[in-house]
Ligand binder design. Sequence first.
Ligand SMILES: *[C@@H]1O[C@H](CO)[C@@H](O)[C@H](O)[C@H]1NC(C)=O
Length: 293
Amino acid sequence: MTPLYTMRSLAFCCLLLAPLAAARELQASGCTQVPEECTKVDCNGVLKQECDEASGRVTCVCQSAGLASCFPGAARVALPGGATKPMSELSLGDSVLAVGPDGRLQYAAVVMFSSRRPSQRAPFMRIHTDAGLNITATPGHYMFGWKAEQAQAAFAALPSPAAWPYVLPTQLEVGDLVPVVAAVAARAAAGGGSPALARVTAVERLSGEGVFMPHTLTGTIVVDGVVASELTSIVPPRLAGPAFQRHLATALRTACAVLPASAVEAVVRVVSSWAHGTPDASLSYAALTMAAS
Ligand SMILES: *[C@@H]1O[C@H](CO)[C@@H](O)[C@H](O)[C@H]1NC(C)=O
């Protein structure tokens, strides 16, 4: 058998077996209710049936090439003054709580959405922490985290976000450590508070509505009190990290210094449409130029 033939038959087998495996998985996960009709609404990717463990109901979710990596519409960001706002109401140019390169909290402008689809349903994971702060993100969205036994290293690394390890929600386990920002610290952030560590107490799978991926150029964003990255698994694990984030920020800054707004936005649309399956990226040239200066 030639390698090409083997590859083709393997691919064919997987295609045939995938729905069977999916059905088994749904049964095993305790979803009992009849699946809803899956309609191809607002989905350029793969429609899948997912079990929502909370409701015990099967729902149809859109996996855009398996790469769409974002937060649901109900996830909240913190605004200057201590108020919060759901992703679904967030606009380009809004300032949101993030962590600066010095490890201090700062407010940074949203310069870009690489994904902004309010009505799309997608599979999410919710990471619960012992700080009572729980973040919900797609399985392919990079978070920051340390293994349970690395508490000392995690504590030492807190002041330097450039050294924080990127992990996917699927890699986080009970006992692991993630950076969080308690409500009080958020209010004090004008004076430059800093994140603390919390332990993961549970990892839950659920489906949610809306996929939003705002970018601030700091590489971090505080969502529901947990510090998350602004990178997704479209960046391979061995490349994901502060260096990639720095290059991305530099590329965007350079682009906006030498190209007209429409050209920068067009490039971002092409990349985002490849990454997320739909060309729904948007960019604030004004906010980007300001963040860049
Ligand atoms: C986070 O989840 C825990 C259960 O793990 C719950 O008690 C807590 O209220 C949740 N926090 C928020 C802010 O919803």
